[in-house]
Design a protein around this ligand. Sequence first.
Ligand SMILES: [Zn+2]
Length: 165
Amino acid sequence: MIIIASFICDFDIFFTKFARDLNHRNLFTHSVIPSLFLFLGGLLMNWIAMIISGLAYFLHILVDTFDWGTNFFYFNHKNLGFGMLYSKEEVDKIYISFKNPIAYFDFKYYKNKTVLSLEIFFFILMVFSIYFFSPKFFYLIIFYFLALLLHILRYYHLKKFEQNK
Ligand SMILES: [Zn+2]
C-alpha cells in the first residue's frame, strides 16, 4: 500500500488532456492535497500504514518540485518548485525543436548531472530504508528496475525518433 501510494499519482498521465498546458503535473493528483487526506485519514483511523502512505505520496510530490515543478497547492494554480530544468523560452518553442515534445523533457532530464546525482542518491536511500525498515519486502525493488527499464527504453526510442528527421 505504501509503495503504491508513492507512485500512483503518475497514472494521472492518462488524463493529461484534461490538464492545464497539457501537463499532468497540473492535475489535482499532483498537488499536496491527496497526501493530506491520506495522512489525516490514517491519523483518524489510527492506521500507521495509511499515515506512512500519506508521507510516501507527499514525498513524490515534493521530489517532483525539484525538476519541473508541480501545481503544489492546486487551487492557486501556480506551478511551484525549484524548476531546476524549467526554461520558458525552451518550452515555448518545444513543437519547433522536437517532433515529440516528450523528447525535450527526457533529453533535458538525462543530460543534467544534478538530476542524475539526485536519482542515484534517492536510489541508495531507497535500498537502505527498505533494508533497515522492511527487509522482507526487499524483492519489491524489482518494480524499481522495471520502471527504470521502461524509462531507458523510452529515452532511446525518442533519441532514434528525433534523429530521423
Ligand atoms: Zn509525478
